[in-house]
Design a protein around this ligand. Structure first.
Ligand code: NAD
Ligand code: UGA
Length: 461
């Protein structure tokens, strides 16, 4: 079977970039990305490529190349389903906020809605591909819905999790470490494999059974998050012993069995997936009564929560145990550099903790809008929207953020922060001028020489 038309349900951080690259590399395949969110689709269709809804280095160029040729963005979900031979489901799978499994299990209502809609509309055989991250054995649910509510057409369900990281999505999609395809039907697997073989070497395409593929996605994120929590736990030990976490990370990372990646101590991991997928893994383990397994992985999240609060507490304690009425500048709000995504960003939780202490925050982030920042804070429900707007100001200039601030905290590792005029920043801040470097971005000696009281994660000062 040769795929000629692809539909992707969900035009988010995964659906948008992934389909753009698939379309770029397969000019003979028509790729239609659909979403219920009209505003999002309108942005994907924006004439000015700077206005597409997701900021990712290199994405606008890829969209510019394929859009209108064989890449389309639309709200006509039914139409795209009807026409496609292969449908990616790329909708969000957030943590449940209600009922059984609240706060832990993945909410599969969007996945189920997609399966029902496909079953309703499809009039020809289709391959359905789980691109979203889902709990192990979800393919059985999807197949069950399709077979029981469909109109007699044949559906093959494959698992094809996405491993891209935000900020490097295009690089990751162009040069993936591996593509993982889980499934039972050799023809369907071969059809999906052929789509990727347009640019990915065959030996990088791994095929497994459905359940291994589904579970591997959760496990990959759990292992990555675990490394961050592991080094963050050591950062606290470094701060009290005089060891330097960067030196420790370098020393252990040189061991090829350990490897050097994902050993950067930070204010805590954020992003839409690490916590959600860990919680999901914990929930699955508990539901099989594997309590030791669940407790083991849960600790990765608990340590991450501790790291965020510990950073906020460090700010308060260093500034003479009170931040009430003091201006603190935040450099960065995104959960990592090179993305405008703020989901679960450590900055949100550090800010919330400081606002509880009545600090006055002024935030500068090169890519995140003020609307988004307020949305993030309001969603916590700890203060009224009016209070959040009174206590936190958003500015477009780092110097303005720093002006008259008692302290400055680095929350995101944007490259541009390294080359700010730190001498000038010191001049405009109140004295003593504190820097709290949650990303270990700046040079400690240089900052101290400029006269800052400089605190960095994982360093004694
Ligand atoms: P997202 O929230 O950015 O996008 C999901 C989109 O799906 C939204 O625009 C929403 O409107 C749309 N949608 C939901 N239900 C729909 C329906 N029934 N019909 C049409 N559209 C619908 O989410 P995302 O970050 O792209 O993540 C999607 C999935 O991919 C999640 O399971 C996530 O865990 C996984 N994932 C995300 C990343 C990442 O970097 N963000 C990486 C790998 C995997
Ligand atoms: C992560 C995985 O890296 C992807 O493979 C996966 O596809 C994706 O989750 C997903 O399933 O959504 P992402 O969250 O976009 O990607 O970004 P990461 O680079 O993994 O960073 C996650 C968080 O960990 C960020 O807050 C980052 O600052 C932090 N981090 C990362 C550290 O604090 N230290 C490190 O050494 C690495």
């Amino acid at each position: 079977m040769r795929v000629t038309k692809i539909a992707c349900i969900g035009a988010g951080y995964v659906g948008g970039p992934t389909m753009s690259v698939i379309a770029q590399k397969n000019p003979h395949i028509q790729v239609t990305v659909v979403d219920l969110n009209k505003a999002r689709i309108d942005s994907w269709n924006a004439h000015d490529l700077n206005e597409i809804p997701i900021y990712e280095p290199g994405l606008a160029e890829v969209v510019g190349e394929a859009r209108g040729r064989n890449l389309f963005f639309s709200t006509d979900v039914d139409g795209a389903i009807r026409e496609a031979d292969l449908i990616f489901i790329s909708v969000n799978t957030p943590t449940k906020t209600y009922g059984k499994g609240k706060g832990q299990a993945a909410d599969l209502k969007f996945i189920e809605l997609c399966a029902r809609q496909i079953a309703d509309v499809a009039q020809s055989n289709k391959i359905i591909v789980e691109k979203s991250t889902i709990p192990v054995r979800t393919a059985a649910t999807i197949k069950n819905i399709l077979d029981n509510t469909g109109q007699g057409v044949q559906f093959q369900v494959l698992s094809n999790p996405e491993f891209l990281a935000e900020g490097t999505a295009i690089q990751d999609l162009h040069h993936p470490d591996r593509i993982l395809i889980g499934g039972e039907d050799p023809e369907a697997i071969a059809a999906l494999k052929a789509v990727y073989e347009a640019w990915v070497p065959s030996e990088r395409i791994i095929t497994t059974n459905l359940w291994s593929s589904e579970l591997s996605k959760l496990v990959a994120n759990a292992f990555l998050a675990q490394r961050v929590s592991s080094i963050n736990s050591i950062s606290e030990l470094c701060e009290v012993t005089g060891a330097n976490v960067e030196e420790v990370a370098h020393a252990i990372g040189q061991d090829s069995r350990i490897g050097s990646k994902f050993l950067k101590a930070s204010v805590g991991f954020g992003g839409s997936c690490f916590q959600k997928d860990l919680l999901n893994l914990v929930y699955i383990a508990r539901s099989y009564n594997l309590h030791e397994v669940a407790n083991y992985w849960e600790q990765v999240i608990l340590l991450n929560d501790h790291q965020k609060i510990r950073f906020a507490e460090k700010i308060i304690n260093s500034m003479y145990n009170t931040v009430n009425g003091k201006k603190i500048a935040f450099m960065g709000w995104a959960f990592k550099k090179n993305t405008n995504d703020t989901r679960e960003s450590a900055a949100i939780y550090v800010a919330d903790h400081l606002l509880e202490e009545q600090a006055q925050l002024t935030v500068y982030d090169p890519k995140v809008s003020a609307i988004q920042m307020y949305k993030d804070l309001d969603a916590l429900g700890n203060r009224s929207p009016e209070e959040n707007r009174a206590l936190l100001k958003v500015v477009n200039d780092p110097m303005e953020a720093a002006k008259d601030a008692h302290g400055l905290a680095i929350l995101t590792e944007w490259d541009e922060f390294k080359s700010l005029d730190w001498m000038q920043i010191k001049t405009v801040m109140k004295k003593p001028a504190f820097i709290f470097d949650g990303r270990k971005l700046l040079d400690a000696e240089e900052m101290k020489a400029l006269g800052f009281i400089y605190y960095a994660i994982g360093e004694k000062h």
